[in-house]
Design a protein around this ligand. Structure first.
Ligand code: NAP
Length: 490
């Protein structure tokens, strides 16, 4: 599974109990540039279960003292770490692009957003508090205290390899928890930079531990240790389901998983806008966003007009490395991604969908060293086809025809996911009905299915999330604290 190291890339270590150290396996793996698979961006520790156990035990030992640390001191560390990210934004953005492939402007935006997330929780986390309750006894006060849980396992994907860890680790730390963080094996370098920033911020030893390595080696050991009181995970639904089976009954879980996000185009829609939202939501980052538009459900009477506008816009998209100006179709993040996306394009053809555009593995010239797939549009897709049901996570859009609002919503809801959904309409009543009728954690009107605010709750329903706790915003703090109800008579 791990790549052979060919270039002289820098070696990075784990962080356990405040010490940067090599894995007990004495093995490493390379993080590969998806725009140039011959380039090793960095070399990382192929950790063992023993390394993970030590990381968890270190976090456990550090917990009591960190939980007792003044919130203002914890906040000051997050603030200083945020400033470190900002000061190194250009370098970290470049590394992010080399490691994941996303356009460098988007990468820079992600670095800044991560810094803002740390700053946001530095402020918001200090006023995360309990309630007081009116009751009949004049000589008694009743209130709730919010207390940290203990050791939190943080496991994250490659598509937002800095901002997703930031929105988990910041609320975990500010509320007094300690952390073991395992990033995706595709993007450990930018994850390392976040850890570096927090260490620079002044985190005491053991409060944040960092272990790299493949999930097949260390995945289970990150979640089944009795000292792990909660697992916050973002990734595929399959991995989330496995983790859920592996944790003990008293381990809290937060799973942010896959999506099959629909965009409905009504007969009264602004068609140019609908095409623009489809392209931006479906093809940005080459479709590798959990909230990416992967199904477009379009009313019969405007289908031809919409397809023409969509095709015009898709044809003008620029493909290239994330360092080229104006690129939207960047390389897919890994060979695994490439194979999976090509597999689904084949499935779509075999199922009888019409390939309107794209569907190619682009390998000529400059593209030969990277994982490029052209933006792909399937039409004549029926709701039960696999390309209309399963998450593809690439630049592939399935266009499905509907004859009424009711049918469109039935199709939109007829999948096992429920992450994000949007409708394009000029009718206020239709828009309002949609926000009620759609089964999704995020609902939008005349906006892309992608994108979420740092200060608003984010998460899905059905197989897109465990849905008990949300990420982001004030709601993002709830997962990391438990309620104690206190009755004081005097
Ligand atoms: P993935 O293969 O599930 O991996 C995600 C992370 O989990 C990686 O760090 C991976 O480590 C680790 N992992 C995998 N199996 C594990 C197990 N059994 N136990 C413990 N850890 C395990 O997902 P991905 O390919 O990185 O990311 C794409 C997926 O993430 C898509 O399905 C996308 O929809 C979803 N996503 C969801 C959201 C959201 O907020 N809902 C946001 C972004 C992405 P290795 O890399 O070492 O395998």
């Amino acid at each position: 599974m791990f790549h052979v190291i060919v270039a002289k890339a820098e070696r990075y270590k784990n962080l356990i109990n405040g010490q940067w150290e090599e894995s007990s396996s004495e093995k490493t793996f390379g993080s590969i540039n998806p725009a140039n698979k011959e380039e090793v961006v960095g070399v990382f520790q192929a950790s063992t279960k023993e390394d993970v156990k030590r990381a968890i035990e270190s976090a456990d030992r550090a917990f009591e003292s960190w939980a007792a640390t003044a919130p203002s001191k914890r906040a000051a560390i997050l603030d200083k770490a945020a400033q470190y990210l900002i000061d190194h934004a250009d370098q970290f953005a470049e590394e992010l692009t080399r490691e994941e492939g996303k356009p460098v402007n988007a990468a820079r935006g992600e670095v800044i957003r991560s810094a803002q997330t740390l700053k946001y929780y530095a402020v918001e986390g200090q006023s995360h508090s309990g309630e007081t309750f009116p009751q009949d006894d004049p000589d008694m006060d009743v209130s709730t205290r919010l207390e940290p849980l203990g050791v939190i396992s943080v496991i994250t994907p490659w598509n937002f390899p800095l901002s997703i860890p930031a929105r988990k680790i910041a609320p975990a730390l500010i509320t007094g928890n300690t952390v073991v963080f395992k990033p995706s094996s595709e993007t450990p370098l930018v994850a390392y930079r976040l850890v570096e920033a927090l260490v620079h911020g002044g985190l005491p030893q053991g409060v944040l531990n960092f272990v790299t390595g493949h999930s097949s080696d260390i995945g289970d050991s990150l979640v089944d240790h009795p000292a792990v009181k909660a697992v916050t995970f973002t990734g595929s639904t399959g991995a989330g389901e496995r983790i859920q089976r592996n944790v003990s009954f008293d381990t809290r879980t937060q799973m942010e998983l896959g999506g099959k996000n629909p965009l409905i185009v009504m007969e009264d829609a602004d068609i140019e806008l609908a095409a623009k939202l489809t392209v931006n939501g479906g093809f940005n980052l080459s479709g590798q966003a959990c909230t990416g538009t992967s199904r477009v459900i379009v009313m019969k009477e405007v289908k031809e007009k919409f397809l023409k506008a969509l095709l015009d816009k898709t044809k003008s998209l620029k493909m290239g490395s994330g360092f080229e100006e104006g690129v939207m179709i960047c390389p897919l993040a890994s060979e695994k991604q490439l194979k999976n996306v090509l597999k689904y394009i084949d499935i779509g053809k075999q199922e009888g969908a019409s390939l309107l555009y794209g569907g190619e593995h682009v390998e000529e010239g400059d593209f030969s060293k990277g994982y490029y797939v052209s933006p792909t549009i399937f039409t004549d897709v029926t709701p039960s086809m696999r390309i209309a049901q399963e998450e593809i996570f690439g630049p592939v859009i399935a266009v499905i025809e509907a004859s009424s609002y009711e049918e469109a919503v039935r199709i939109a809801n007829g999948v096992e996911y429920g992450l994000s959904a949007s409708i394009v309409t000029t009718n206020l009543k239709t828009a309002q009905r949609f926000t009620r009728d759609i089964k999704a954690g995020t609902v939008k009107v005349n906006r892309t299915t992608t994108g979420n605010l740092m200060n608003a709750p984010f998460g899905g329903i059905k197989k897109s999330s465990t849905s008990t706790f949300r990420e982001s915003g004030r709601a993002g703090l709830d997962f990391f604290t438990q309620i104690k109800t206190v009755y004081v008579g005097y």
